[in-house]
Design a protein around this ligand. Structure first.
Ligand code: HEM
Length: 227
């Protein structure tokens, strides 16, 4: 097993498997976050956030998610460096733009940009909700249950900071480009690589990446337009 993950195919496999896990996480994360725009009283989002904060299953998933991110970033970096070293002249002779997509050639840079925004993002919400607290995180009672007013914290950021909202939308677009290649590429790495399936997966990739990018864009856009 150790030998497999130290080999170049093993490292690629780890990037693919952790990527698939993050693909699932994004679906759950987007679904909860969309509650922000369906109820301006905030009750719906607060209930969703409270469920995520108190459900024991989610508690188990959180450390796994952190491991997923670390493995994905670490092994993607190793794979990229080793590929670069093995091919010091890049793709010069192979006409890169004719043989591969722009996203596939820029996955590492796109990943770096996404990581930069992710660190800012964790600072905006996760760190405050889990560790430091914030004056906006007052306690509210919804359906007789006391919970933190996460809605106030999140919606205030988008209502009061136009440029942060724009930043979140730009982040979502970069994420979309990363996913348009990453999604089908992960399946190819785990073995689904016959021509018919690759074509199908590439179509699903485009649909998935568009939903994720558009979904994460709509949230700040909603607050820019309506508040
Ligand atoms: C409009 C866009 C987004 C909003 C409003 C949003 C909101 C939030 C909130 C409120 C939290 C804290 C949850 C808690 O601690 O209970 C959080 C955590 C987190 N977000 Fe986002 N998020 C957005 C986009 C993204 C994107 C695009 C990614 C990934 C690329 C992402 C990755 C994470 C991660 C890894 C965490 C920490 C794990 C967790 O608690 O779920 N978020 N987000």
């Amino acid at each position: 097993m150790n030998k497999l993950f130290a080999s170049s195919i093993g490292r690629k496999l780890l990037v693919a498997l952790s990527g698939m896990f993050l693909i699932l996480f994004l679906v759950v994360h987007l679904s909860i976050n969309l509650l922000l725009i369906f109820d301006d009283s905030g009750a719906l989002f607060n209930k969703g956030a409270h469920f995520m904060a108190t459900n024991p299953m989610v508690g188990v998933m959180e450390p796994l998610l952190a491991v997923g991110f670390v493995v994905h970033i670490m092994y993607a970096t190793i794979v990229t460096i080793r590929n670069y070293r093995a091919r010091p002249n890049g793709y010069l002779k192979n006409l890169p733009s004719a043989n591969s997509s722009w996203e596939s050639r820029n996955m590492f840079v796109l990943g770096g940009i996404i990581l930069f925004f992710l660190i800012l993002h964790l600072n905006h919400f996760f760190v405050k909700m889990k560790f430091t607290g914030d004056p906006l995180l007052t306690t509210v009672i919804i359906d007789g249950v006391a919970m933190k007013n996460s809605y106030l914290l999140v919606s205030s950021l988008f209502k009061e900071n136009f440029w942060y909202s724009i930043g979140y939308m730009i982040w979502a677009v970069f994420l979309g480009f990363h996913l348009v290649h990453g999604f089908w590429s992960a399946f190819q790495t785990v073995g689904l690589n016959n021509e018919v399936w690759i074509q199908r997966l590439q179509n699903v990739s485009i649909i998935y990446a568009t939903i994720i990018a558009a979904g994460f864009c709509i949230i700040p856009l909603y607050f820019i337009i309506f508040f």
